[in-house]
Write a protein that binds this ligand. Structure first.
Ligand SMILES: Cc1cc2nc3c(=O)[nH]c(=O)nc-3n(C[C@H](O)[C@H](O)[C@H](O)COP(=O)(O)OP(=O)(O)OC[C@H]3O[C@@H](n4cnc5c(N)ncnc54)[C@H](O)[C@@H]3O)c2cc1C
Length: 600
């Protein structure tokens, strides 16, 4: 039974917060937070994705933004219940500012705000045409010049990019570009999404044959059209490809397949990009106001350089080029790397009769898929969560409500439990010589992903093959060089090979900006991804949000979009609203734009 005094206290605190916000009283706002409280805002107050940490930063942001944002209302959502556990009372908020409406989530501790999440969900006067606002489709009455839906779509497709310029050009039509394109379509922002591949979904089709999603279906939905409830828990990659192709069509995206962006240049005076694209062999110049690089966070292959790569007589591939195992039956394969792709590729090669060796240079975080689902994801993203009324949209908000600074604290106990639960499994892996870690601070998989986007494998079976020696392992060793026929390790071990697979990960997304725009712009923007946690591969200083992702960058008119399916779904909302506001000429005063600290 809920302690009604906690609910009453939360309601009073929220009422105080509303009064202070509407009065634009920044000191009063800050005073309602714990000294060490957090205010995470997704585009509602900062026109940025920003977490203010501590009263001083909260007051500073509020001083700058409240007069510009003019909050109108903030209250507990009457359709949701307040929860209380362990001295923390939490609840859902509805928010209104001069420009928009949104949702929020609040946690109260010791009578003060511990964490506050505020998010923009729609712009006033530009609401999406959904539910009560859905379009008629049919045009009743009489019109001798009547055009069908199909004729209008075809006319639009013929016009856009030729007689009419898109306001937004999205380069990269993987699931990221597609989800963003769908949201911009609903917001009536003229947008073209381009992709090199012949068909939407080819990004997934072209990956190695055995790939299935590593995350379960409840975590993977796209905006607007969730997967049906008979969709497999872990969808095979070609099925995901087909879904994306269907989605692109029914969500009416202006999607240019077989189109490659060749170069892009920003004209400061016109506040406009000139982008040269090649579509089916024909060069076209596009002039969008906003350019989004959705070219893949796991897209820019990172291939290490070793002496002897030019003399090696066998095949060499980055994991992103690996076609799958069929051609390698009976061959000797060395896979360099020990993260997700390396494990998947090794297992599939072994299943197809190749002689496989994995080379592990540094430790890897391993978590069994079922443990991850049951211990970490299940509360928010599972069939049971859905049965408990936690839709994926709700789960996204709850997830977003935990500031990154303290997120690891939430995760450490979960991974401690997993360590205990799977102790025999981890002991067997170590016995096989595999180097394990749980992250610098034992916070596990998701923090590793957020900080560095790498360094883990979600085990769906390859670990057993390492434990029993079916996949051979060389760990704690670097590569000295390649000879004509072998990979030679720095302790002199020779690994004869017909194929070397570099499962060595991907580079920062600003590398795409260097390729397409200029090194100068790539450097001006700086590294994409990472929180600045000062843990391995995530150098400080602390930024507290993903660098440069889904928010304004130091280059006007340039945006980065990507991440896993969950992030792409959730953050495409805020990116699309930031773009829509600019399209409509709504004032978007950005607070807290971060200068770059790292070039890549
Ligand atoms: C092996 C593997 C397994 C993964 N498993 C999962 C998973 O289970 N769940 C999950 O959520 N994520 C997973 N990921 C992460 C995955 O990369 C992303 O979820 C997803 O592919 C990212 O989508 P995206 O649209 O951001 O980028 P991508 O899918 O990489 O798409 C980028 C697109 O940009 C295009 N492009 C690049 N440059 C240009 C140019 N100049 N002109 C035109 N087009 C261009 C490319 O052709 C490509 O189609 C996995 C990644 C890998 C590598």
């Amino acid at each position: 039974m809920l302690d009604t005094t906690s609910e009453g206290a939360l309601a009073a605190l929220v009422a105080d917060l509303e009064r202070a916000l509407v009065a634009q009283d920044s000191d009063a706002v800050a005073g309602l937070f714990l000294e060490t409280g957090f205010w995470r805002d997704l585009a509602a107050f900062t026109w940025n994705l920003k977490t203010c940490e501590g009263r001083d930063q909260i007051a500073e942001m509020a001083r700058a933004q409240l007069p510009r944002i003019a909050p109108k209302a903030l209250s507990l959502d009457p359709t949701e219940t307040v929860a209380e556990a362990g001295g923390v009372t939490e609840g859902w908020l509805v928010i209104e500012t001069a420009a928009g409406r949104g949702q929020g989530y609040i946690r109260m501790k010791e009578g003060k705000i511990w964490t506050l999440l505020t998010t923009l969900h729609e712009l006033k006067g530009h609401e999406e045409p959904r539910r009560f606002r859905r379009p008629m489709g049919a045009e009743h009455g009489h019109d001798p010049k009547r055009q069908t839906w199909k004729e209008k779509r075809e006319a639009e497709a013929a016009r856009l990019g030729h007689e009419e310029q898109p306001y937004v050009l999205v380069i990269g039509g993987g699931q990221g570009g597609i989800a963003l394109g769908a949201r911009l379509r609903q917001l009536s922002v003229p947008t073209i999404v381009i992709d090199k591949h012949p068909r939407p979904g080819d990004q997934w089709r072209n990956r190695y044959k055995s790939l299935c999603l590593h995350d379960p279906v409840w975590y993977d939905h796209l905006p607007y059209i969730p997967f049906p409830d008979n969709w497999p828990v872990f969808a095979p990659k070609d099925k995901v490809g087909d879904w994306l192709e269907m989605y692109t069509k029914v969500m009416e995206l202006n999607y240019w397949s077989s189109t490659t962006a060749k170069s892009a240049k920003y004209d400061d005076a016109k506040a406009e990009w000139t982008v040269i694209v090649e579509r089916d062999g024909q060069e076209i110049t596009l002039r969008p106001k906003q350019l989004v690089l959705a070219t893949g966070m796991s897209g820019k292959a990172n291939v290490p350089k070793f002496k002897g790569q030019d003399v090696f007589k066998g095949e060499q591939q980055h994991s992103s080029q690996h076609p799958g195992p069929d051609a390698y039956r009976g061959k000797k394969v060395v896979v360099i790397g020990a993260n997700n792709s390396a494990h998947d590729i090794c297992a599939a090669l072994w299943e197809n009769g190749a002689d496989v060796t994995m080379v592990q240079r540094s430790s890897t975080h391993i978590v069994k898929s079922d443990s991850l689902m049951e211990v970490c994801l299940g509360g928010l993203y599972s069939e049971q969560a859905v049965a408990n009324g936690i839709t994926h949209e709700k789960a996204d908000m709850i997830f977003a409500s935990v500031p990154y600074k303290i997120m690891a604290d939430f995760h450490v106990p979960q991974y401690a439990e997993i360590k205990k639960r799977d102790a025999d499994f981890y002991a067997a892996l170590e016995k096989a010589g595999f180097m394990l870690d749980f992250g610098d601070d034992e916070s596990g998989l998701f923090m590793k992903y957020l900080r560095r986007g790498s360094g883990y494998y979600i085990d769906v079976g390859a670990c057993d093959l390492i434990i029993d020696g079916s996949i051979k392992l060389q760990s704690g060793k670097g590569i000295s060089h390649l000879s004509e026929t072998a990979v030679v390790l720095d302790d002199g071990t020779e690994l004869p090979a017909d194929l070397v697979v570099y499962a060595t990960g991907y580079g920062s997304m600003n590398g795409w900006a260097a390729d397409l725009i200029s090194q100068e712009v790539a450097d001006k923007v700086g590294k994409c991804w990472g929180l600045g946690s000062n843990t391995t591969k995530d150098p400080g200083p602390w930024e507290g949000e993903e660098r440069n992702m889904w928010k304004p960058t130091m280059q006007q008119g340039l945006w980065f979009h990507g991440g896993n399916l969950h992030q792409s779904r959730h953050y495409s909302r805020y990116l699309s609203l930031q773009l829509k506001a600019r399209y409509e000429g709504i004032d978007t005063p950005v607070w807290g734009l971060e200068a770059p600290h790292h070039l890549a």
